[in-house]
Design a protein around this ligand. Structure first.
Ligand code: PLP
Length: 391
């Protein structure tokens, strides 16, 4: 573990020791079911209430607007299905071409059930044009579902402008805030979004716990029916992980601005060094603002999957496209939607820094990456196509 150089925090984050310490009692003596009436159960229910307050505070919402669930994917699925249930006569969904698979796969499924999906385009810088959203809305539009921050490029969508449009046009809005929360300020109060999705494992808590924000004036239809979470999400709550999520939210809120400033400085140094010292490197997602921790680069003449294997031998973890599509040789749908050629997209890597990334880590990465890139380029055949190294 000591020589691990982890630059893949958009895929997942290590559990913070303070988060782990906060959750341990709930895996040991405090094992009560939060629905039980005796004190063991009531203590678990109280711990969930505190976590709800901590998560609500981080995202600028009321505790009653936070529903705990299993992950960001569940939150996104619930939000979209909830929104389309409001008016079953409406059969149009607007999303973008660069969404996470949680949204894409559901929308593709809904397309087979008679829904028309508008996939809003993005420009070369990774951003979408709010005017295109405005003109895509029709009287048949049931929901608009868009990312707050892109997991591959870090580009932030103009959520205030988007929410102004959906509010004016009276269309429910879901924001996938999974990558934004804990990295940039997120304030839902008064924004105009009806739903937002979060995932604990992106902010130093364990995998398998997430939350859905449902504005107090929005309609909600549970995905899982049962009595827990006020009947809004059935299933006995994962108390230890919810407590962990709450603690992680509290830590993220306390450190947000200083962490963003520090991580942004490291990311900029990393990015600038590669862009200026290595030939054939281009930055993807040039739109500002963007997440301070994310850097997506094309290294011409290499195949990203081969680079990942060689980096792995050196302990360096990063990603080719989103974590969910790693291992696949399909180029990233995000990069191709930005107009990047398929072979260039296949030569692209995402580096995502975390709150424990140090200057020494960056120095080490800046030694490893140019060496591996040069090695892969030296293996280029005469025709110039990148070499694919079998895993
Ligand atoms: N949305 C975005 C933007 C993500 O990056 C991810 C995870 O990578 C998800 C949704 C899904 O979250 P989870 O892994 O908790 O299902």
């Amino acid at each position: 573990m000591s020589d691990l150089l982890y630059l893949d925090h958009n895929a997942t984050t290590p559990v913070d020791p303070l988060v782990r310490a906060a959750m341990l009692p709930w895996l040991e003596n405090e094992f009560g079911n939060p629905s039980s009436v005796y004190s063991l159960g009531r203590r678990a229910a109280a711990a969930i209430s505190s976590a709800r307050e901590q998560v609500a505070s981080l995202v600028g919402a009321l505790p009653a607007e936070i529903i705990f669930n299993s992950c960001g994917t569940e939150a996104t699925n619930t939000a979209i299905l909830s929104a389309i249930a409001i008016d079953p006569d409406k059969h149009h969904i607007i999303t973008s071409a660069v969404e996470h698979s949680a949204t894409i796969k559901l929308c593709e499924y809904l397309a087979t059930r008679g829904y028309k999906i508008t996939w809003l385009p993005v420009d070369r810088s990774g951003c979408l044009d709010p005017a295109k959203l405005e003109s895509a809305i029709t009287t048949d539009t049931a929901v608009v579902s868009l990312l707050w921050a892109n997991n591959e490029t870090g580009v932030l969508f103009p959520v205030e402008e988007i929410a102004t449009i959906t509010t004016r046009r009276k269309v429910p809005l879901h924001l996938d805030a999974v990558q934004a929360v804990g990295k940039v300020p997120v304030s839902l109060e008064g924004l105009g979004a009806q739903y937002a999705s979060f995932s604990a494992h992106k902010l130093y808590a364990p995998k398998g716990v997430g939350a859905l924000y449902v504005n107090r004036r929005a309609r909600h239809t549970p995905l899982l029916r049962g009595s827990q979470e006020e009947g809004r999400r059935g299933g006995t709550q994962n108390v230890a992980s919810i407590v962990a999520f709450g603690k992680a939210a509290e830590l993220a809120q306390a450190n947000l601005l200083s962490a963003a400033e520090r991580v942004g400085r490291l990311r900029d140094r990393f990015e600038q060094a590669l862009l200026s010292n290595l030939e054939g490197v281009r930055r993807n997602g040039t739109h500002e603002p963007r997440l301070p921790n994310t850097c997506n680069l094309t290294f011409s003449g290499i195949e990203a999957e081969s680079a990942l294997l060689l980096f792995d031998k050196e302990g360096l973890c990063c990603s080719a496209g989103s974590a969910c599509s790693s291992g696949s040789i399909n180029p990233s749908h995000v990069l191709t939607a930005m107009g990047i050629k398929r072979d260039e997209a296949r030569s692209s890597l995402r580096f995502s820094l975390g709150c424990k990334t140090t200057d020494e880590d960056i120095d080490r990465a800046l030694e490893i990456i140019p060496r591996i890139v040069a090695k892969l380029r030296s293996l280029l055949p005469e025709n110039g196509s990148p070499v694919h190294m079998a895993s």
